[in-house]
Design a protein around this ligand. Structure first.
Ligand SMILES: Cc1cc2nc3c(=O)[nH]c(=O)nc-3n(C[C@H](O)[C@H](O)[C@H](O)COP(=O)(O)OP(=O)(O)OC[C@H]3O[C@@H](n4cnc5c(N)ncnc54)[C@H](O)[C@@H]3O)c2cc1C
Length: 557
């Protein structure tokens, strides 16, 4: 960002701009880009260091939910906004008061090409030709069709390309970037928000900014010290697990959510959170309970701490319904799980959600990707085994494996060798009998997964667990990992913040995860995956369009 002023000293100063944006994740970046298009003066302030500009998007897998794209059409996938919305509603399970989330969901499905695909395409972001198909539903309809478009170069590329778009913008002299500064509150005059104040992270000195418009783009509440996650734990799930891992932003502490609420702004759906079921302790522990989210193999057996397969009511299987997986594990003793596989399954199916470990995708190494698809990703599995000894055990016999698992089981919980052996035998025997007689939901699902090319290349063909040619056994202890806040600051379809009474708070906008991805809860109870990044683009553009008057959809109250 050399061409932008990056180290303007605001210490104890009043500064003036047209629009101030609090947060430089994807949502903040996109808002800034769109505002520059309209020639606005923009000051973007982020608590983090400059190298992390782009926030979570930079670490993400870069998969985006898009509807009726050229990539889908080339694969013969016939998608439509109506079908996407139907699928969305089946996971969201909106209540009758969720009018704004519903309006945003409809807007997303109808406009993902215009608002998201075209914006990213214009920044030079390409998508892989094979569209992925997560969240196809376990007991509710999820994605009827593949919709998860992976950016070539994954999340890092998305953030880098948008950052380059800002740096090379013809009006980029109108953009000022401030890193390592925390926005800690808002300035209000006669009911209108007219600026922000905050402190410098390095020395605690203060600053304030006068602005015509303020955009909150500070992300969700799932990071920080996890206290907000626990305080807002979804009641029907009972108590939050004692050991919960943190996979969200280090600064996702909800500070600005609280400030918006103090102004009379409406926070909604904070108890709707998108956690993952397969978290392990992060080897580069940057904070307490730092977690790494694994993409769990579909051919692994998902067991509880006692060694029993987790059934709710059928055996749980990855890639179907993340919320169902989390709910199922939360009912088990200790509220954590074990995934049991062997080397052959791991190298074909195990992956990690995020940029760091998925280096072939991150650095666009096509040959390496093909090699991994053909022969398995041995480097990744070896790396995980070496770096995560806290949660991954490897053994050549089941008794050795169970001994190692029991060294790691929490409290009084013990995996029973007999139970685990019987579960494996029952599953493996079905595979021996052949697909005609598959009577196990996991095997039926695997059979179904393998009918789609995008999944066939990443799913073993009915791989037994106890198979001497696939040794060693690998068992992974997995915890619930907090990742995304589905709720947040309630906004109208122009990303304007609403009060508890439903009035617009003049001058104040919220975008991205801070706004619950739109309307304070775009996803309702559950997400189809990929609409997180997508909604950052969508809400950011809507906010900027509303500020500049380019396109206002909602009539103002
Ligand atoms: C490993 C990983 C993989 C993911 N994969 C996907 C995926 O494939 N598809 C998908 O759709 N989603 C994915 N996500 C989720 C997605 O990345 C996030 O939901 C999205 O990037 C959030 O963007 P944001 O701009 O709203 O917030 P953030 O990226 O959290 O950015 C918020 C910014 O605000 C700053 N900030 C916070 N508080 C303050 C303050 N008080 N003052 C100033 N600055 C502040 C922070 O430093 C940060 O830079 C993934 C997330 C992770 C962690």
């Amino acid at each position: 960002m050399d061409s932008c002023a990056t180290d303007l000293d605001l210490t104890d100063k009043k500064y003036q701009t047209e629009v101030v944006i609090a947060g430089g994740g994807l949502a903040g970046m996109v808002t800034a880009f769109e505002l520059l298009n309209a020639g606005k003066n923009v000051l973007l302030i982020d608590k983090d260091v400059k190298e992390n500009f782009g926030g979570l998007a930079k670490e993400s897998f870069g998969g985006i939910l898009l509807v009726d794209t050229p990539q889908q059409k080339r694969l013969g996938i016939k998608d439509s906004p109506e079908l996407a919305l139907r699928d969305w509603l089946s996971f969201a399970d909106f209540g009758e008061n969720d009018k704004l989330p519903l309006e945003w969901a409809k807007f997303y499905c109808e406009n993902s090409i215009e608002y998201i695909y075209k914006f990213l395409d214009a920044r030079g972001i390409e998508f892989l030709p094979l569209v992925n198909w997560p969240e196809r539903g376990a007991h509710t309809t999820g994605n009827t069709l593949p919709r998860w478009h992976i950016a070539w170069g994954i999340g890092h590329e998305i953030a880098a390309k948008v950052e380059a778009g800002l740096a090379n913008h013809p009006k980029n002299q109108k953009l000022t970037l401030m890193f390592e500064h925390e926005v800690s509150g808002f300035e209000q005059q006669n009911g209108r928000i007219v600026g922000v104040h905050g402190r410098k992270m390095r020395d605690g000195s203060t600053f304030s900014v006068d602005a015509e418009h303020v955009v909150v783009a500070s992300g969700g509440i799932c990071g920080g010290d996890l206290s907000k996650v626990r305080d807002n734990w979804y009641e029907p799930w009972g108590k939050a697990p004692e050991l919960l891992l943190n996979g969200a932003h280090i600064f996702g502490d909800g500070l600005l959510h609280d400030q918006v609420q103090a102004l009379g702004g409406n926070l909604t759906h904070l108890d709707k959170q998108w956690h993952y079921a397969a978290g392990v302790h992060h080897p580069r522990n940057k904070r307490p309970y730092d977690g790494l989210s694994l993409v769990p193999p579909r051919s692994a057996l998902w067991l509880n701490a006692l060694g029993k397969r987790i059934r709710n009511p059928a055996p749980i299987v990855a890639y179907t319904d993340t919320r169902h997986l989390v709910e199922s594990i939360l009912k088990e003793p200790g509220q954590y799980s074990w995934q049991l596989m062997n080397w052959k399954i791991a190298i074909k199916e195990l992956a990690v959600s995020g940029c760091d470990y998925m280096s072939a995708f991150r650095y666009k190494r096509k040959l390496e990707i093909f090699r991994h698809l053909l022969f398995g990703n041995k480097e990744l599995v070896n790396r995980l085994v070496n770096e995560c000894p806290q949660d991954i055990v490897v053994a050549r016999s089941l008794s050795e494996l169970v001994d190692k698992m029991n060294e790691k089981n929490l409290g009084v919980l013990k995996t029973d060798l007999g139970t685990l052996t019987a579960e494996i035998k029952e599953y493996d025997d079905q595979i021996d009998r052949g697909p005609t007689y598959f009577n196990d939901e996991q095997l039926r699902l695997i059979m179904n997964f393998r009918t789609y090319r995008g999944d066939r290349i990443r799913t073993c063909k009915y791989q037994k667990i106890n198979d001497s040619s696939a040794m060693p056994f690998i068992a992974i202890r997995e915890f619930i990992l907090a990742r995304k806040s589905l709720g947040g600051i309630q906004t109208d379809i122009d990303s304007q913040v609403l009060s508890k009474e439903g009035w617009v708070i003049p001058g104040l906008y919220a975008v991205g995860e801070a706004a619950g991805f739109g309307g304070g809860g775009l996803h309702g109870k559950g997400a189809l995956e990929g609409a997180f990044l997508g909604a950052c683009v969508l809400t950011g553009r809507r906010a900027a369009m509303s500020i500049t008057g380019v396109d206002k959809l909602a009539s103002k109250s």
